[in-house]
Design a protein around this ligand. Structure first.
Ligand SMILES: Cc1ncc(COP(=O)(O)O)c(C=O)c1O
Length: 401
């Protein structure tokens, strides 16, 4: 019998990925960004300047500095949080990660064992749902309204987990530009959520990766800031959405002893140092201006997509206008399963996120859909939404086709 390496694979692997087939013409999935607004000139200049000045440091792991990451970048992250989110963080409370996905993995590694309870928003980031399912934890979905997490339902879940003798390990929330709903939790709701959690042994994992792309309201202080000395919050952010996802630069904010423990799990000898140096160099000089320009472009795309949805789907769909970010969350009539349209859509070069993958309860999420507008052009948004509406009309049961 010949050698077959797959016989040696671990038994608990997820299914293998399909071979990559390229990005379709109307791709409304993924946290991709607007190509024309990658700050290529500014990044080019930053690469040159920082390499000339400090390139020799690349000879040593972590540039010869702290394993928490490049200090100039950590200092910039503290400044950015101070100026943009009225949030005070010191440099030793920041760990640079390889994208915020690594931050999610590290926090999960720190806190979770199979069978643990966790609470997440009923509609949330698909990448977190798949991670939690793989970890074998029990995921409870907390209800959302237009202001984010509903405190009444949160208390119900916290009490129910505690009464089983297994308090939820954390509430994972995306309060500022929620993924996928695009809502922003106002200050008052943030305070209500924090108060609701008093007395429970449950941490808060705040994911703020879209917060620099907010246009619908003023940015409230972070839960990290509002929680103050309680320090129940672990916070993460990213430069993926505000500069470019392929850079893979994210960050965790937590009290210093928590980060020291997390460092024992971050066994990659440091996240890519060149990206950290370049982001620090570029962002210290240009971040605010860049984020303002990008946000206004994304707002224009959101409006173009909303108009295309209204024109082509009419009353058959409900959505709230996002407060920022790169996606719109649609709800169709009960009984519609948006996943049923994926194959026909793919045949027409259209890709979308079926709601089940972004929902703790896939049955609840079946009639929902996430459409991302960050990467496609306004023309592609208009044409793609029109084609998608046609496909959904043609292939709906009762149409006879
Ligand atoms: C809510 C949320 N968190 C984390 C991530 C991961 O982003 P990255 O690893 O590129 O920082 C994403 C990506 O889309 C996201 O939507």
């Amino acid at each position: 019998m010949g050698f077959e390496i797959s016989e040696l694979y671990r038994q608990d692997l997820p299914p293998a990925e399909a071979k990559w087939g390229g990005i379709p013409s109307f791709s409304f999935v993924g946290g991709n960004n607007d190509e024309d607004n990658v700050p290529v000139a500014g990044l080019t200049e930053a690469v040159q300047r920082v390499l000339q000045r400090e390139g020799r440091k690349l000879a040593v792991y972590n540039l010869g500095g702290s394993p928490l990451g490049h200090e100039d970048l950590r200092r910039f992250i503290c400044e950015k949080l101070g100026v943009r989110a009225a949030t005070s963080v010191n440099v030793d409370e920041v760990l640079v990660t390889s994208g915020s996905l690594q931050a999610l993995d590290l926090v999960n590694d720190l806190l979770l064992l199979p069978g643990d309870n966790v609470i997440v928003e009923e509609a949330t980031y698909g990448g977190m749902i798949s991670r939690l399912n793989r970890l074998g934890v029990v995921v409870h979905g907390v209800g959302l309204d237009q202001h984010g997490v509903r405190p009444d339902h949160l208390v119900e879940l916290l009490e129910s987990c505690s009464s089983q003798g297994r308090p939820a390990k954390y509430l994972y929330t995306i309060p500022t530009v929620q993924n996928p709903t695009g809502s922003c939790m106002p200050l008052e709701r943030r305070l209500e959520i924090l108060a609701a959690m008093d007395g429970f042994q449950t941490a808060i994992f705040e994911d703020d990766c879209y917060a620099d792309l907010l246009w619908g309201c003023d940015r409230p202080p972070t839960l990290w800031e509002l929680d103050g000395p309680n320090r129940r919050v672990i916070y993460c952010g990213s430069f993926s959405k505000s500069i470019a996802p392929a850079l893979r630069v994210g960050y965790l904010v937590a009290e210093s002893p928590v980060l020291q423990q997390i460092l024992s799990l971050k066994t990659d000898a440091g996240s890519g140092a060149l990206e950290q140096m370049v982001v620090a160099e570029y962002a210290s000089a240009h971040f605010d201006k860049h984020a303002e320009r990008l946000t206004s472009v994304l707002r224009g795309k959101a409006e173009a997509m909303a108009e295309a949805i209204r024109q082509n789907f009419g009353d058959s769909v409900h959505f709230d206008m996002p407060q920022g970010g790169i996606f719109i969350w649609l709800t169709f009539a009960d009984g519609v399963n948006t996943a049923d349209f994926s194959l026909e859509a793919a045949d027409s070069e259209i890709e979308f996120n079926a709601g089940a993958g972004w929902s703790v309860d896939p049955v609840w999420g079946a009639n929902k859909m996430r459409l991302c507008f960050g990467n496609p052009s306004v023309e592609a948004i208009r044409e793609g939404v029109q084609r998608l509406a046609e496909i959904m009309k043609m292939t709906s049961p009762g149409n006879g086709s």
